[in-house]
Design a protein around this ligand. Structure first.
Ligand code: GUN
Length: 292
């Protein structure tokens, strides 16, 4: 069997075009959604991510502003920057690019972001809303994964989803979103005993543990949907996921490639969250698709 490819690049393009239309309608009403991205220091990966976020905003007509701050900034100074962004009306979304330098406590900084501008969905209030299945802003990678799963045309309800990885950014929130879609969810992680046997039970397998090509074909139930969240470099510097793509393709029913799977959906969901925040902040409702 050769698995069907779940093309994140293509779906992201479609979603960005829908977001652009919605942003256009909002602009006709005199409202431009705005995103502020805070970048501390010059971590190479972070600089690249932030550039991609800026470009994506520009493409759909969202106003974006990058606040570049020196590595030496104090936690208190950074908190003042966040406070100022919380106050500014033209800014609907605030994203603090992680990781932060080690002298700054990330959760203290995140906690200072106004809940209604928290387009990463990292504040405790939004994480709590996710737990309770209330309306809120939720982490982008998990939202992108659910969108990709819906694109398979298969129902999530009743399926056994196994999530490998328990981070606050991916593993925990995607488990909750899957649960809210009525999947039966198993959360596995680095300390799980018998991981292979558990993974083989999965109708939907989400690999988000950050180990290059760890998931080989013997972890896969024939026909399963495999979502690869990993971004790793192999020994030749090539971008690879947590899944051994070529081998798993022979067993899985559907699979996301790396690159071109989950990655493009993450930034797309950031755009969607910024649009959503703007709509809520301005008490505007638009007809048509926002979050499926
Ligand atoms: N660094 C790596 N991924 C992310 C993300 O999704 N959001 C933020 N703010 N920083 C990141």
């Amino acid at each position: 069997m050769t698995a069907m490819l779940l093309n994140g690049k293509e779906l992201a393009k479609k979603r960005r075009s829908e977001i652009k239309t919605q942003v256009g309608r909002l602009k006709e009403m005199g409202i431009t959604p705005g995103l502020a991205v805070v970048l501390v220091g010059e971590n190479l990966a972070s600089v690249t991510y932030v550039r991609s976020k800026e470009k994506a905003c520009h493409e759909v007509g969202i106003y974006s502003e990058v606040i570049r701050l020196p590595e030496t900034i104090t936690e208190e100074e950074l908190l003042q920057v966040i406070e100022e962004l919380n106050r500014r009306e033209e800014i609907d979304g605030i994203l603090v690019q992680l990781p932060l330098p080690s002298h700054i406590r990330e959760q203290v900084v995140i906690n200072r972001i106004a809940v209604e501008k928290d387009v990463d969905g990292f504040t405790p209030v939004n994480q709590g809303k996710l737990l309770l299945n209330e309306k809120g802003l939720f982490p982008c990678t998990p939202l992108g994964i659910i969108d990709l799963l819906k694109e398979t045309g298969q129902s999530i309800a009743g399926k056994h989803a196994v999530v490998i990885g328990r981070s606050n950014i991916v593993g925990k929130p995607v488990s909750l979103l899957l649960l809210h879609q009525h999947a039966t969810v198993t959360m596995a992680h680095s300390r799980t005993v018998g991981l292979k046997q558990i993974a083989r039970e999965a109708d939907i397998l989400v690999a988000a543990m950050g180990q290059a090509k760890k998931i080989t074909s013997d972890y896969i139930k024939p026909g399963a949907i495999v979502i690869d969240v990993g971004i790793n470099r192999d020994e030749n510097g090539k971008l690879v996921g947590d899944v051994d793509f070529e081998a798993v393709c022979e067993v899985a029913g559907c699979i996301t490639p790396v690159p071109g799977g989950v990655g493009p959906m993450t930034i797309t969901m950031l755009l969607q969250n910024t649009l959503q925040a703007s709509l809520w902040n301005h008490h505007v409702e638009l007809a048509g698709r926002i979050d499926g």
